[in-house]
Design a protein around this ligand. Structure first.
Ligand code: ACO
Length: 434
């Protein structure tokens, strides 16, 4: 892991015309130092330009660390590989929100609390009924999560740490209930109540798949795989959806509104929507012999087609989550006795891309979404629900970041600048003279 910190200049000097501006350098615990440009406009009259924030840190955070060159991901300092092997999603959620792993008592209390906040208000069902049966479940999830602020408006004093904590617990607890309700509504099945005698993941599976006519066989392989996927999706520092949660949160908006905004950001195919797009792409490719043609299309700059599940803004090496999921995919398909032809297409695609110069030079490796769709499919999760599954796991990170932001003394309303490219000042012309 590169620890480029500590040694380096305390400040850098920027020559701006005939003026030298001294800018302080801030050093993280791990990772690259950052030049603090906050005083630049005052001293030079210039702003900085960085579309997509590729070179800009927007906040300080102690939650997650990524080394994209080395393929390292740490939650609160713990390597993702160790958490994936030894922890559970709910324990990881506690870790992200509180900073330390819980002892037995702390975990039991946390689990009890999450379990007892899983119910949704009966009136929330009316929201689902307002949707067409074929509405996308991400649309339903975003709308119903935002509507939680209307149900809990009496506990939204953001100055009160207990009310903030309670909102975070509610979001974590209710997300699977709302997600399963969105699915059941879309297929015309009655919405199920959460069963408190089950753990977090099995409770979700029960709400998704239980039917009144026969008992639901709970498969431990399925529950374990889903728990692992939630762990891997739980946080990824300042990704687009988490940055959205923080941007909305920076205005003082309530956590339900902030997280609903994060859900909508996650939906895009360049972000969490990629897992759904991967499966559609694999189905379109259809058979391994068509893989080379798909790779050629992805390289063609006149064609907008991209290999979904490849490339990442931060990882310029194998996404460590993709490595874990790749192994898990084979195990799950083996244990469930599933022979999925799409996996063959995926393997061939991975192999072809990894040895193709275009992908090698641009450091485009499979990302977390490349395999997650195949596992979800094996677990009988419908394709439109893939991004919803991501949202359930990522809720742990969203609420952890929102909680951290609320006590950050440097928190300011997020308000970027722009390079204006429109018309210069001009006079209004009456309509009959235009
Ligand atoms: N297929 C083909 N070419 C690609 C791909 C791809 N999947 N990804 C990037 N490239 C190419 C670009 O065309 C560009 O080529 P150029 O240098 O010749 O112009 C170069 O690689 C760099 O790509 P950018 O788009 O500049 O990289 P950026 O960091 O902005 O984008 C992103 C990252 C959005 C993830 C991109 O790789 C992509 O669209 N991937 C497919 C969608 C996907 O899998 N998203 C999930 C991301 S992970 C997550 O959110 C959980």
């Amino acid at each position: 892991m590169s620890d480029s910190t500590k040694s380096g200049p305390a400040e850098v000097t920027l020559a701006a015309g005939d003026k030298n501006v001294v800018l302080p350098v801030q050093y993280p615990t791990l990772g690259a130092p950052c030049i603090d440009v906050a005083r630049l406009p005052k001293e030079t009259g210039c702003f900085t330009y960085d579309p997509g924030f590729t070179a800009t840190a927007s906040c300080k955070s102690a939650i997650t660390y990524i080394d994209g060159d080395q393929g390292v991901l740490l939650y609160r300092g713990y390597p993702i590989e160790q958490l994936a092997e030894q922890s559970s999603f709910l324990e990881v959620a506690y870790l992200l929100m509180n900073g330390e792993l819980p002892d037995r008592n702390e975990f039991a209390k946390f689990e009890h609390e999450v379990t007892h906040h899983t119910m949704m208000h009966e009136r929330l069902k009316n929201f689902f009924q307002g949707f067409q049966y074929d509405a996308h479940p991400m649309a339903m999830l975003a709308a119903t999560v935002a509507s939680l602020s209307a149900f809990y408006h009496d506990t939204l004093d953001l100055e009160d740490p207990e009310q903030r904590r309670l909102a975070a617990i509610r979001l974590l607890a209710k997300m699977p209930t709302l997600a399963a309700a969105a699915y059941r509504y879309s297929i015309g099945w009655p919405i199920r109540f959460p069963r408190n005698n089950l753990d977090y993941v099995n409770r979700f599976l029960h709400m998704m798949f239980e039917v009144p006519s026969e008992p639901l066989e709970m498969n431990p392989v399925v529950a374990k795989a889903l728990d692992l996927l939630f762990i891997l999706h739980a946080d990824h520092e300042q990704n687009a959806s988490t940055s959205t949660v923080r941007l909305v949160g920076s205005t003082g908006a309530n956590p339900y509104a902030s997280v609903a905004a994060g859900i909508t950001a996650l939906w895009g195919p360049a972000h969490g929507g990629a897992n759904e797009a991967v499966l559609k792409m694999l189905a379109e490719i259809g058979t391994p012999d068509k893989v080379d043609a798909a790779v050629a299309r992805a390289k063609d700059k006149n064609d907008s087609f991209r290999l979904m599940g490849f490339g990442h803004r931060v990882y310029k090496n194998f996404d460590p989550r993709a490595k874990i999921i790749r192994e898990m995919t084979h195990k799950v398909l083996g244990e469930l006795g599933i022979d999925d032809p799409l996996l063959e297409v995926a393997m061939k695609l991975e192999e072809a891309a990894l040895k193709d110069d275009y992908f090698v030079q641009r450091k485009l490796y499979p990302n977390v979404d490349f395999y997650s769709g195949i596992i979800y499919k094996a677990l009988k999760i419908p394709t439109e629900m893939f991004t919803v599954m991501f949202a359930i796991g990522r809720t742990a990170g969203w609420v952890a970041h929102w909680l951290e932001q609320q006590v950050d003394p440097e928190n300011k309303i997020g308000r970027p600048r722009q390079i204006y490219t429109g018309a210069a000042t001009r006079d209004y012309v009456a309509i009959d003279r235009r």
